[in-house]
Design a protein around this ligand. Sequence first.
Ligand code: ATP
Ligand code: MG
Length: 394
Amino acid sequence: MFCECILVKPGEIALKGLNKGRFMQILQTNIHAKLKSIGQFSITNSGSVFVIQEEGEDHALTKAFDQLTHVFGISKLCKAKQCEKELDAIKLCCLQVATEQAFFNTFKVEAKRIDKRFMPTSRDLCVLVGDWLLQKKTNIKVDVHNPELTITIDVRHDYVFCAYARSEGAGGLPVGCTGKGTVLLSGGIDSPVAAFMMAKRGMKISCTHFASPPYTSELAHQKVVNLVLKLNTYCGRTTLHTVEITKIQETIKKHCSAELLTILLRRFMLRIAQDIAQEQGEGGLVTGESLGQVASQTLESITCTNAVCSLPVFRPLIGMDKKETIKIAQAIGTYDISIQPFADCCTLFLPKHPQTRPQIPDVVAAEQGIKDLLLDANGTVKPETFRHTTERIG
Ligand code: ATP
Ligand code: MG
């Protein structure tokens, strides 16, 4: 019996020069975190790939394989059997791979040698092993163009791996290698996709959600928790900050022009999210805005909301159509949660004709009227205007 393992090939990390070591370390940590709940595994670095082997008795390697397809920073992964660097062992190992694949008629053997001193050459290895498999197994034939089974003989410095069952990885960069940020997470379709996209570029995200009880319900909040749980599949365990924004909304509604309501609310949201981000040592904010999607997402509206932030605000969906966003939401499993019909605070007190071209001086003037109630002399949100609860999800 040959030892079964998973080979994980990192993606862009290979291009990261002096940062490569740090990124590989973060990826290894993330792989470990992903697998620890399903069994005991060793993760070793064999040059440009990680080799993952099961150490316990849980028979969880297939489950581990599925889980690893959700880890950012992995470009490809495959199952493999490990053997000694010796031709007879390689033949037997490939035969075992072929024997365990119940249904295939056509196959191909590929070979690559990182250890170039190993003989036979890659080309000869393919021929020798391919011929041997033809002798040992009946009813199979070689098809180099469209084989049902491809076995790749990967000759490394320590061992040889006979790899099969290749799969694309999630791509991107390992979560945590490009900094931290908080995602303004509504219960809608867009913001979970924005969270996913930033995590894919290596950002460790936390989530900030604004609720307006009693206008928004416990069910609406549970929906957000469920979205965070789903996002955890890709982003790792996440902190959810829930901010009650009821008093701010009521004050805006009472004292300000209805057409500016959403813009004013957004400015408060961004100020509060920025405070939370800075408390957590995070370097950016993320929203699910897409240019022109609604009145609060025109260029003028975004200019007005952006003006209250000094941290960068990332809007990964800014150039996307709703259809494209929905496609990603469906693929990552957030769509079915997002479409549950529980009111979000942004749908409260919605004006019939929101301002689509607000100007900063008008918005600032409107805020002057409520400054004493909600803002302090520095223009920061008074802490007593909201209660902020934080929970670690997952
Ligand atoms: P989504 O599907 O993300 O809710 P949307 O199309 O409904 O997006 P808006 O409601 O205009 O768009 O919200 C724009 C962005 O503002 C959201 O993507 C999100 O980042 C942020 N946002 C809106 N409402 C909330 C909320 N209640 N809590 C946290 N962030 C919010
Ligand atoms: Mg929304």
